[in-house]
Design a protein around this ligand. Structure first.
Ligand code: PHE
Length: 430
């Protein structure tokens, strides 16, 4: 009996070790050429985990589509996903692992600008292209020529909201409550103030908070006493939801304004009804009836059972831009891939047409959305175009959007954007 048992043990451990060797052999083959390894890093478990989850999902959808259509240059894309818990030091650590250990050909991430800023020097140093889907602080791509993004930047986003406040809401005075440890928040504070002042408005107070603050009533009381027409809160959803609630509890009824950082399904749970009379600038609107957008919304919902937020849409675009560049580069050579990414032009994304400028930033319009807590949704208000970009050949769009563009300056680059946004505008005027 013992002998039989021993024999079984010997045979099974032999089989087991064989299986291990087999597995090892498989994964070596995999990394040595059957797939193209792409790194993804983001906050999957920390304070801004909704950002990382949406980003991961958006990238997954894009890669599934790419692989189902045969992959890129005859190879499938394989994702290596890392959680940085929303911490800058951890972002740096996981990107080091992705480039040095996993030998990924490119990195997609991060969302929060401070985390992208912490990790970008690692990618630049290793000469591994990094595309941030959604970090909007200008400094991110200034790290070097291997760092790019598929979203607009904060001088544009901040001025968009300042123009909306001054023009559409007719605000004369504003207060700002920002996150003192976030590059994103500090940038938007500066850019909003510059434009609001240019528009003839006055910023009465700038107050600060940190992400670990449990309470914001001290800062809010100071602001309340100054009676600003609007309160700009350039932060992330986790704090914004609570700030909105506490502001309303203190009897502050003015419009609350924010940026893309508010965009999360979690916001409604935290802020509820207090989010009424609020507006944000953002990258896209899931309401946009353009068929390419509705198709994306439908496919994303089918897979993840939720409407894609702008993080998911930008992440989807970042992965598709990378795949397009891999094709144009004809392989994974890092210099060629970097050059191909940086020369991306007129790429039809779900967040608009993507063309990278000489600083590797995408030049795209922004949308202003109003918040509807009853329906837990963001509703399209208007599209704002960057200077020099024409809204449309379509006069309805031009008339309805608060644009600084030169209508005579129509380029192919903006054509599909205009189409998407003119339907967007049409939607809003229904
Ligand atoms: N733009 C933000 C940043 O740079 C990140 C963000 C993008 C958050 C889009 C939500 C939606 O920090």
């Amino acid at each position: 009996m013992t002998r039989i048992f021993l024999a079984i043990c010997v045979v099974s451990s032999f089989l087991f070790s064989l299986a291990c060797v087999q597995k090892g052999a498989n994964s070596t083959t995999t990394s040595s050429g059957d797939t193209i390894k792409v790194g993804v890093y983001g906050d999957l478990t920390g304070q801004t985990s909704s950002f990382g989850q949406s980003t991961k999902n958006g990238i997954q959808l894009a890669v599934d589509e790419i692989n189902a259509a045969g992959g890129v240059n005859g190879k499938k894309i394989e994702l290596v996903v890392e959680d940085d818990q929303g911490r800058p030091e951890q972002a740096k650590t996981v990107v080091s692992k992705l480039v040095n250990q996993d030998k990924v050909v490119a990195v997609l991430g991060e969302v929060a600008s401070t985390n992208s800023l912490a990790a970008a020097p690692v990618a630049q140093e290793a000469k591994v292209p990094m595309i941030s889907p959604s970090s909007t602080n200008p400094k991110v791509t200034e790290v070097g020529d291997y760092i790019s993004r598929v979203c607009f930047i904060d001088p544009f986003q901040g001025s968009t909201m300042a123009k909306f406040a001054a023009t559409t809401l007719k605000a004369k005075t504003a207060a700002i409550l920002g996150d003192v440890n976030s590059d994103y928040s500090k940038g938007l504070t500066q850019f909003f103030e510059e434009e609001f002042t240019k528009q003839g408005g006055k910023v009465l107070a700038k107050e600060a908070y940190t992400q670990s603050d449990p309470d914001f009533k001290g800062q809010l009381t100071k602001i309340r006493d100054l009676k600003p027409d609007v309160l700009y809160i350039p932060g992330y959803y986790g704090q914004v939801g609570i700030i909105a609630k506490q502001a309303r509890e203190l009897g502050m009824e003015m419009p609350l304004l924010g940026g893309d950082g508010w965009d999360s399904p979690e916001l409604w749970k935290l802020g509820g009804d207090s989010l009424k009379n609020s507006y944000i600038s953002n990258h896209y609107s899931a309401d946009n009836p353009a068929p390419e957008i509705q198709n994306f919304v439908k496919n994303y919902k089918a897979k993840f059972n939720v409407v894609p937020d702008s993080l998911a849409a930008l992440a989807y675009d970042a992965a598709k831009v990378l795949a397009d560049a891999l094709k144009r580069a004809g392989g994974t050579d890092s210099v060629k891939l970097k050059d191909a990414i940086n020369s991306t032009k007129n790429f039809a994304g779900v967040t608009g047409t993507i063309t990278l400028d000489d600083k590797r930033n995408a030049v795209k319009p922004a949308v202003v959305l109003s918040l509807d807590p009853a329906g837990s949704k963001f509703t399209f208000k208007e599209t704002i175009y960057p200077e020099g970009m024409t809204p449309a050949t379509n006069t309805a769009t031009a008339a309805n959007s608060n644009t600084t563009a030169n209508a005579a300056n129509t380029t192919a680059n903006t054509a599909s954007n205009s189409a998407a946004n003119s339907t967007n505008t049409a939607n809003a005027t229904k």
